[in-house]
Design a protein around this ligand. Sequence first.
Ligand SMILES: Nc1nc2c(c(=O)[nH]1)N[C@H]1C(S)=C(S)[C@@H](COP(=O)(O)OP(=O)(O)OC[C@H]3O[C@@H](n4cnc5c(=O)[nH]c(N)nc54)[C@H](O)[C@@H]3O)O[C@H]1N2
Ligand SMILES: Nc1nc2c(c(=O)[nH]1)N[C@H]1C(S)=C(S)[C@@H](COP(=O)(O)OP(=O)(O)OC[C@H]3O[C@@H](n4cnc5c(=O)[nH]c(N)nc54)[C@H](O)[C@@H]3O)O[C@H]1N2
Ligand code: SF4
Ligand SMILES: [Mo]
Length: 692
Amino acid sequence: MAQTLHAVCSHDCPDACSVLVEVENGRAVRIRGNPDHPVTRGFLCGKVARYLDRVYSPERLLYPMRRAGAKGEGRFERISWDEALDTIAARLEAIAAEFGPEAVLPYSYGGTMGYLNGSGMDRRFFHRFGASLLARTICAEAGAVGLSSTQGVRVGTEPEQFVHAKLILAWGANVKGTNVHLWPFIVEARRKGARFYVIDPHLNRTGQAADWHIPILPGSDTALALGMMHVILAEGLEDTDYVARYTLGFEDLRERAKEYPPERVAQLTGIAAADIVRLAREYATVRPAAIRLNYGLQRSERGGMAVRTIAMLPAITGSWREAGGGLQLSTSGGFRLRRDKLEMPELCLRSPLGRMPRTINMVELGKALLELDSPPVKALFVYNSNPAAVAPDQNRVLRGLRREDLFTVVSEQFQTDTADYADILLPAPTFLEQTDLYFAYGHYHLQLARPAIAPLGEALPNVELFRRLARRMGFTESCFEETEDDMIRGLLESEHPWVKGITLRQLDREHSVRLRVSEPGTPFLPFANGGFETPSGKCELRADGLARLGIDPVPAYEPPVESRFGDAGLRARYPLELISPKASDLINSTFSNVACGADAGSRIEIHAADAAARGIADGDLVRVFNDRGSCRLLASVGPSVSRGVVCAESVRWNKRSPDGHNVNVLTSQRLTDLGGGATFYSALVQVERAGD
Ligand SMILES: Nc1nc2c(c(=O)[nH]1)N[C@H]1C(S)=C(S)[C@@H](COP(=O)(O)OP(=O)(O)OC[C@H]3O[C@@H](n4cnc5c(=O)[nH]c(N)nc54)[C@H](O)[C@@H]3O)O[C@H]1N2
Ligand SMILES: Nc1nc2c(c(=O)[nH]1)N[C@H]1C(S)=C(S)[C@@H](COP(=O)(O)OP(=O)(O)OC[C@H]3O[C@@H](n4cnc5c(=O)[nH]c(N)nc54)[C@H](O)[C@@H]3O)O[C@H]1N2
Ligand code: SF4
Ligand SMILES: [Mo]
């Protein structure tokens, strides 16, 4: 007898889909999108529609293993869980005794969006141990800080409200590729007459489906936003009432915007002056106008400022007042659950260290493994992440992982590039096999999932892994004995009106519960009447707090060092600006090893003139290189990028690539202007035909 059970897609994707799983005799036999979920609306992306191939893949890791070959070789032999946990506990204890507990570095990111297995028992364990803290900056931190500097909180327009828009700007947002459940709302809006414009240096599927694709030079978005403001303010198209009531620093911004006339901005962005004027006028007058901003443009050296500046537009035009207006970068700030009760940072003070440990920025893993001292990193514990493939400056990361004196533990579903370097490799379950509570960063529905099937082999959820390790280490605090349900109840003990009253029982009954951000059936208009959570309570067009960080409190544009307007010496040798945005058929490096992702990340798109100048024809194998390293990709020659820009969709596993490297061998550890984020999309490279 088949049973239909509820699950939630755990992958790092704004959509956080509600999934229905048919289970027969303990085996999942069919998976589909929940038709009753207001955002999932009955479909899944191509990757997860075929998820059972991944769940039941013969390549799944099913047992704990110990390294049997050289680091990186990927040869392992099976051991028992007892032996694995005893070995880990003994090594971590010995390292802590010799170098102090901060010599241990946990490394995790977006494997699962579940609260418990994403940042639950693991955090408690490492806090209590006294391990170095990890600044989880690799994805969104520049944008998070940039957005917060303007509006104070990471909330925005609900996806459901996009149907009311008359103009939709996808700004650095590949909706059809990375946020496909927003697409039906855009389709509906367009059916009712909305225009859909895309601002993106790469002409991808989203751009192809747009009414207007505006190719912008990578890293120049602040200039475009200032140019739009120049036009809007010069023509008196701002909402003076909204500006007066709810913003701070308008006169400073007005003065600054004067420095960005369309002719100048055209030079900086590669967009014709007339197009800048048209875009600005339409944005201010075709109402409601919604901006879907995504994280693409903040993977650039001054990405924090870019997000900060764009986020001012809906305040200037008063677009926040309208259903179908506003802006969405993330909805995650709506989930005001008790993360403090989940992660328990105060446990750091109970560690042998007796103080808060040092913090290591995950973007700088290469540096941390090779250069850090007092103490050096002697143990790396990786889960929910594949740094050998996704972290920048890969050659340095791999050199670090090869260190004989580094003890590396990896918990994984598959033998990833990072797993190849593990001393102890542990099997992890997929989302069908574990209990978790899920937030979302592209909608406002909180979701619960119970296991639909038992864990395959001896796979253990992160919660249970760290529970058992805590026991091994003799940690006696009761938090290490908590059940999943206890942890969820703790998270829900929030007094915030958006969460208060949502119970575990309700979640078990309904699976998905909309946060109480507005009355049921009415749109959530986060800033219709102000309500910004900045220090001033206003939308901060001038953020004095930034001055302390050495950042101009009023938006200003500076080009990335690694760009056509950047370092001249570098540009002379490496004249092409590389971006490496997401592939539709992958989630970062996940899905590299299943059929749907087999080809993803194997190409580099290059303009015909740049290809011709290098004797490169479509389909040629090329070598892409800079001072940091080189990799081989297949050239895709065509109009999808402007002259001087190259685009390699990412991130494939290194071991699936011709010479064992993906594009992260080219990206740098340089940090963004705000938030210490990664600058994946500010990388200068050269391309040549690969020798035979
Ligand atoms: N299919 C799929 N879905 C995913 C992921 C995936 O790998 N694959 N990854 C997930 C993750 S981790 C994240 S963080 C989210 C968000 O992911 P997004 O931020 O939406 O994805 P990106 O591809 O990084 O960037 C979005 C777009 O920004 C463009 N872009 C790059 N540089 C610039 C620039 O300087 N200016 C402008 N205007 N645009 C620029 C890129 O060409 C791309 O089309 O997606 C998630 N969803
Ligand atoms: N060049 C370039 N590099 C990039 C990006 C880019 O656009 N271009 N994007 C960056 C961004 S936005 C991000 S978010 C990072 C993402 O970096 P990561 O978060 O490292 O992303 P993934 O490569 O998807 O690796 C996640 C791993 O977690 C595993 N996993 C999944 N669920 C579980 C679980 O429950 N338990 C355990 N133990 N493991 C699990 C999966 O099998 C997978 O191998 O990459 C960054 N790197
Ligand atoms: S990856 Fe994203 S779109 Fe695909 S099923 Fe998961 S949440 Fe939905
Ligand atoms: Mo991300």
